[in-house]
Design a protein around this ligand. Sequence first.
Ligand code: 1GP
Length: 258
Amino acid sequence: MGSGRVLNYLLKVRSEEGVVHLTLIDPDPLNQPPEVAGQMAKYVCDAGTDAIMVGGSTAFGILDETIKKIKEATNLPVILFPGNVSGISKLADAIFFMSVLNSRNPYFITKAQALGSFAVKLYGLEPIGMAYLVVEPGGTVGYMSEANLLPRSKPQIAAAYALAAQYMGFKLVYLEAGSGASSHVPNEMISMVSKTIDIPLIVGGGIRTEDDAVDVVEAGADMIVQGTMIEETALKDKGESLRKVINAAKKAGAKRVR
Ligand code: 1GP
């Protein structure tokens, strides 16, 4: 895909369907070898997801093979979701070029980005500038990125970071509770952030059920990300549980489409 195509596609789905559903596949040599990722990609595509993110805090070694298998299984856009410079692959269509704005360590705010920028250019990846804000409990990414976790009870802090992100020129803001979080980002926080900013808001971490998805969409998320629930169910039920969650999210999203 050429310049801007993946972001434009995401924005088009948002405007036509009210919400975008993103599947996160974590290339994990132990639990999710490339063949399994390819099989999952087929099921999530059939279930109606809009794009596939590939990456994670501890995704090492099998990134290219994983993307190859995903590409064999589906034509959906593949967007890198790197936890570090090791998360860049020339086989993807785009990269969430992200900065952990609430990290205590400048490496995760600007230095990894500087180290990776030329690879993105040489590989012809579409960079999509994204401000990444890690909310309590934060999980593995909170630890790995040395985040000063945003308190769940202080939505105004998240809103201030998100507005700063918009003013700094980021295309998207991602509120992340951490993969496998026991509960997703609080509705009140999603709502305050979405009312504060004009750029699209992505929400992920701990979204498992239809009710979770509807809550998050009704609170104001423009895009929702699911990883753990898909890992736990997609192979067993061929994406059936996911289909229900996506249908519920899209139904909630349709209410805000004119
Ligand atoms: C993690 O937000 C994503 O970066 C997805 O979280 O695994 O909890 O769905 P889950």
